[in-house]
Design a protein around this ligand. Sequence first.
Ligand code: GLY
Length: 567
Amino acid sequence: MQNFSKCSLAIYSLALTCLLFFGGCSSQFFDRNNLNSKQYAESDIQMVVTENKEATDIAIDILEAGGNAFDAAVATSFALSVVRPHSTGIGGGGFFLFKESGDINPQFLDAREKAPRKTQKNSLDQVSIKDSAHKGALVGVPGLTKGLEDIYKKYGSGKLSWSELIEPSIELANSGFPVYPHLSEAIKLATEKAGFSLEPKLIKKGYFINQELAQTLRAISEHGSAALHEGKIAKAIVKATRKHGGVLDENDLINYRAVSRKPASFPYKGFKIHTAPLPSSAGIVLGQILKLRDLQLSKLSNRNPSTELHLLAESMSMAFKERALKLGDPSFTLIDQYNLLSDSHIKKLGRKISLEETKMEKTLSEVEPLPTSTTHFSIIDREGNVVSSTQSINLYFGSGILAESTGIFLNNTLDDFSRPKNKANSFGLVGRNPNYPGPNKIPLSSMSPTIVTANGDPFLVLGSPGGPRIISAVAQTLINRLDYNLNLKDSVAQSRIHKQWQPPTLFLEKGGFPKEVIRSLSSRGQQIKESAYLVGNVSAIGVESNGKLIGVADPRRNGKASSRRPH
Ligand code: GLY
């Protein structure tokens, strides 16, 4: 499928140099050179990659029972709601990018949380994630269950009932699962940084058991999304947010609808990249990073890893600046997405990037970005249907508010709105009017579920958690695979960088870059921070030219790629 020109061969050998160069540096946090047996799979039939073994196994069971990728996506979303209570859940929302077999273009469903109708522009100015009396104001109207119901009704195979898709998750919530390292780290961080303590009743003898969530899932299994958006559970959600200063009411829950949107799509290296459109910043920021980087590289006579990393960092910073100044919910602000990705606009931005030194930016936000929750999964079924979905409750355990008797952790996704006077959010991001809060408005996201096609056929399916780092993780995986032509395993495993304009810091994954490269970046004025907080955790599926599917779960965490249930 790849057309090997002399030029791409040259780039490939440069990339191999980078690979040996960087790959030789051992990271103290994970082994990027050796994926364990769960993190890599090959198949001629179907593939699922999620961040948890239980969620992958449930999706595979659904595929093997005759379900399609959409059925498996519904089942694994509910499973992830149970097994990643710190990352996602029915108290949050998500994006679905998917391609039906035989269609050329993917479709997109936005089931992200939105602001309650009583939210005002200044409602969140004084609200902090730690302030127990007011943090309910950061809870957006949950959307995940509505989105899943839409997916099931419109795209499910019809061979499995809604209840059959939820049943395994009910069992999982009832019987529990061992507290694994990432969950344990999230519990520690949520306690330290967001100041809440997890209900001790949820952890028994090293197991996380949420029987109230099992009952809620049972109600959803019997009555559909109405069980969450109306009646007893809706009342409990409203009561919990109001107790913590929120304005959410029952009408907000009743009136919530997931929205179909046109995916953001642009060409890159002979492929077509499809990703999340506004209100995700993914389409524009990812497109600008890749195009700006390409433009800068085309001016170089001599490529080397340090220069390439510097130019990537500057492209990221420039694109995140555009995000901060111009992007928000497109239902509230007219945003010329076409112009923002046009060659003339990219050239204009490119003129501000220097090969020799970083553009010195005034420090507007010094917030040390918090690790985000969020999760991503990728699925391809035997018919060729593809689902790429990123889901979230924002920070670890969202707001930390557990709606009484429901087992549901409520999100704090409205922290993704910007506030005046450059008040940074929990990721250190600042923004302007297009992303200020408002009634029924959706906060700007970085979630980037992505599908790459070659002549209309799936070539790569991927996404990541990580707040703004999601875009950097996806961009670098795409560059590794589509520009450097690395195999998928190495494309995902390579060390990553992240620069988001504010704070004007270049984050490097600790232990992932040689000292000479760090020195060279510093000499260009980059303010470097080597960080133990890794850049994303990609769940990816690649399609080889012979049709073989390759599943890769990022070695940064302990996900699972699989094509079959082990017998
Ligand atoms: N909540 C993180 C994001 O959507 O970007």
